[in-house]
Design a protein around this ligand. Structure first.
Ligand code: FES
Length: 166
């Protein structure tokens, strides 16, 4: 059987009134709060920073990539397209019926939807609002897109298609 003095001793040892130990508990608690706060600031602040980045900063990060190499793309069937990433943006390599290649940015100039090549109409179409582009030049033909798609340079070398910024 446990006597009352032993229980009081245990309770007294847990209820420490030493100000030095209390201070270290407090500072440990504040370090934890600070660490959690830093995680929250990072989790919220980074997306906000990316959203608020100036157009010049965004353009700089997008123009950092100047080429893409597409292995085996020289075998792309005629009247078809291959989607690929040019840096962080979608792009497309189109092989026309005459066997020539055209590479274009695949981001619609209206509101930024990804466009697709339609082999039946031999045009590039945007499903979002019906924008239509010429598959050889990237020119905007109809619908809301205000500008043509950006065209890239294309070179075929040793079974690869090299796409570079014009
Ligand atoms: S985003 Fe392509 S037509 Fe509107």
């Amino acid at each position: 059987m446990i006597n009352e003095d032993a229980i009081n001793d245990i309770l007294r040892s847990q209820d420490n009134d030493d100000p030095e130990i209390d201070g270290s508990k407090r500072s440990f608690l504040w370090m934890g709060v600070g660490a959690i706060g830093a995680v929250y600031v990072g989790a919220i602040g980074y997306p906000v920073y990316k959203y608020l980045a100036t157009p010049a900063e965004r353009a700089a990060s997008e123009t950092a990539v100047n080429s893409a190499t597409l292995d085996g793309a020289d075998k792309l069937p005629v009247n078809s397209a291959l989607m690929f990433k040019f840096g962080t943006k979608p792009a497309m390599l189109i092989r026309s019926a005459d066997g020539n290649f055209v590479a274009l940015n695949a981001v619609c100039t209206h509101l930024g939807c990804t466009v697709k090549y339609n082999p039946e109409t031999v045009r590039i179409e945007c499903a979002c609002h019906g924008g239509v582009y010429d598959a050889k030049t990237g020119s905007n033909i109809s619908g809301p897109p205000p500008k043509p798609l950006t065209k890239f340079n294309v070179e075929v070398q040793d079974g690869r298609v090299l796409v570079t910024r014009a």
